[in-house]
Design a protein around this ligand. Structure first.
Ligand code: NAD
Ligand code: UDP
Length: 325
């Protein structure tokens, strides 16, 4: 039975990096959280502390298969997010975005509940407009190694908007830019976790290319706040809305900051850049400010310190989690 004091919220991908923080915040706000995950890149380690709550439920399930549950809101986060993980099984990456989205949209349609899609700045590809605004259509290579993710997420957006137009579904599309923080997967190869682990283990910090490419890094707590605000907008607000930090940093600058904050022992080395690596990325968040009264609050230095503390603790307790190379 529906309990007005504890709205039932489904989080797909809830044991992943972003999903686990979202589940935790929703629980703290009084929600009855159903976390659905197939543990492809997620981990029980991320949500084990939530299991003792009677308002938290964990279901091992792959969303490329239909799901029949009763909930009041759906956050659709299930999808590997790091290039290493989403390129490991590219067909599955496209499937989770297309079949998975169709299944979750079907669920939202049956239940008549709002559904939020965790979309991505990757829909802009390697952009020619800077900073990226929501009305920019992007520049994506449809046949490259990143396409399974970029085109998968673009198709998911198409599906969300067609369900909205065709079936009147209440959709919320958030375009998430690079987000970092505790509980990033230690092996996912993303730049913040890679550099921190390399710096903490006094191994060379690997810059792909010359390090002049830029990204804009948002701390996870700020991102979760943005996602929840987006979900709770009035029905006519569909997005897409950019969520991210407009402060742009070069990868070389990031390497130097992480090295300094971690004790300074590592050398910085330069390796060949991966194919289709976007050169610049920075969100225009005017829309998020207007619609959600939201902007990131955590300075990069503070967010990096908290993330370094997390990995330091993780590697002390579980040294086997350090990648071998
Ligand atoms: P993550 O890999 O840590 O989390 C993804 C979660 O989805 C994992 O727990 C994984 O096991 C689960 N999952 C994957 N396939 C599934 C399936 N078929 N069925 C059920 N569960 C499945 O990644 P994240 O960084 O937490 O990203 C979460 C979402 O946010 C993703 O959709 C991602 O595309 C999006 N996003 C993240 C970022 C970022 O910087 N972290 C940026 C843009 C978009
Ligand atoms: N990168 C790097 N060294 C690493 C990992 C990543 O120089 O060890 C670079 C990567 O080439 C890209 C940027 O950092 O230019 C961000 O990479 P990430 O995989 O974190 O995310 P995305 O490319 O999806 O933004």
């Amino acid at each position: 039975m529906k309990d007005p004091n504890h709205p039932r919220v489904l989080v797909t991908g809830g044991s992943g990096f972003l999903g686990s923080h979202l589940c935790e915040r929703l629980l703290n706000q009084g929600a009855d959280v159903l976390c659905v995950d197939n543990f492809y890149t997620g981990s029980k380690r991320n949500i084990v502390h939530l299991l003792e709550s009677p308002y938290f439920e964990l279901l091992r399930h792959d969303i490329t298969f239909p799901l029949y549950v009763e909930v009041d809101q759906i956050y659709n986060l299930a999808c590997p997010a790091s290039p290493i993980h989403y390129q490991y099984d590219p067909v599955q990456t496209t499937k989770v975005n297309v079949h998975g989205s169709i299944n979750m949209l079907g669920l939202a349609k049956r239940l008549r509940v709002p559904i939020l899609q965790a979309s991505t700045s990757e829909v802009y590809g390697d952009p020619t407009e800077h900073p990226q605004r929501e009305d920019y259509w992007g520049r994506v290579n449809p046949i490259g190694p990143r396409a399974c993710y970029d085109e998968g997420k673009r198709c998911a957006e198409t599906l969300f908007f067609d369900y909205h137009r065709q079936h009147g579904l209440r959709i919320k599309v958030a375009r998430i830019f690079n987000t970092y923080g505790p509980r990033m997967h230690p092996h996912d190869g993303r730049v913040v976790s890679n550099f921190i682990i390399q710096a903490l283990t006094r191994r060379p910090i690997t810059i792909y290319g010359d390090g002049s490419q830029t990204r804009s890094f948002c701390y996870v707590d700020d991102m979760v706040e943005g996602l929840i605000r987006m979900m709770n907008t009035p029905d006519h607000v569909t997005g897409p809305v950019n969520l991210g930090n407009p402060e742009e940093t070069s990868i070389l600058e990031l390497a130097e900051r992480i090295r300094a904050l971690s004790g300074g022992g590592s050398e910085i080395i330069f390796l060949p850049p991966p194919p289709d690596d976007p050169v610049r990325r920075r969100p225009d968040i005017t829309l998020a400010k207007d619609l959600l009264d939201w902007e990131p609050r955590t300075p990069l230095e503070e967010g990096l310190r908290r993330t370094i503390d997390y990995f330091d603790d993780l590697l002390r307790k579980s040294p086997h989690l350090a990648p071998e190379t």
